[in-house]
Design a protein around this ligand. Structure first.
Ligand code: AMP
Length: 244
């Protein structure tokens, strides 16, 4: 009898987990070069804690589908269900609530401040940036908040993009440019996995490396080759990595 009750409990808790688990395929782990965020026409502001290091900073860890679902040509411009369909889950409902608690990540705050700093002029409090990323993407990750942020920090520490690029001679400069293939080859050789690159433009319209999208398994632990190619917004073959 006891065994039957125990089996029932295990089964029902498994069902409860699986019925609420998000069925995404992989994570995009997105890091951003702060010099490229700051030197656009929009500009940036430093966090209350001071100017961040000249190092790639975390933008987010985003659950993503390998294939977009249910494309709809008539979808509203504002909907995430666009012509290609819904390509990632966002703002998921969680039984444990959607708000990020500072208490839950208190032991990570110092490291998050260094590695995931806000550059927004709306607020100098990086916690607001982490909360936004948690609500939009983290709630769909099937991870608890502490694991979500700890795994992002561990991924960044395991694959130091700034050092990987420097070892390949790709260092911040306002005059030098680098071929896109030298950037992607350096990342693939050092991490064992391909990544997607995204560019933006500085105030003079010059193309620069803005974000690196690495792809990660559903546990947010291991890099994988990116299953999708996204629009890079890099025009031409060369990019700069501006000083910060
Ligand atoms: P997401 O909605 O997760 O794709 O993130 C996009 C939003 O994050 C935009 O509103 C950006 O302006 C903002 N964002 C990007 N990088 C940063 C940063 N370093 N600090 C604060 N906000 C940022």
């Amino acid at each position: 009898m006891k065994l039957a009750v125990a089996c029932g409990l295990v089964l029902s808790s498994l069902l409860a987990v699986s019925s609420t688990a998000e069925q995404f395929d992989f994570f995009y782990f997105v890091q951003q070069w702060p010099g490229s965020f700051c030197d656009t026409w929009r500009g940036c502001c430093f966090p209350d804690t001071g100017k961040p290091a000249a190092d790639f900073g975390i933008h987010g860890l985003w659950p993503n589908y390998a294939q977009c679902h249910g494309g709809d040509d008539d979808a509203s411009f504002f909907s995430i269900v666009g012509r290609r369909g819904k390509c990632w889950p966002e703002y998921c409902e969680r039984e444990d609530g959607n708000a990020l608690s500072p208490w839950e990540i208190r032991d990570l705050v110092a490291s998050l401040g260094r590695n995931w700093p806000t550059l927004s002029c709306r607020s100098g409090d990086s916690f607001e940036f982490w909360s936004y990323e948690w609500k939009k993407h983290g709630t769909c990750s099937n991870l608890r908040p502490h694991d979500y942020f700890a795994r992002a920090l561990a991924l960044k520490a395991a694959h130091n993009l700034t050092a990987i690029l420097a070892a390949a001679g790709i260092v911040p400069s306002d005059t030098e440019t680098y071929s896109l293939s030298s950037v992607s080859d350096a990342i693939a050789a050092a991490t064992g996995a391909t990544a997607n690159l995204q560019c933006n433009r500085d105030k003079d319209g010059q193309t620069q490396l803005y974000q690196v999208f690495q792809c990660v398994d559903r546990e947010a632990k291991k890099l994988i080759d990116c299953p999708l190619h996204m629009r890079s917004r890099c025009s031409g073959d060369r990019v700069k990595l501006p000083l910060f």
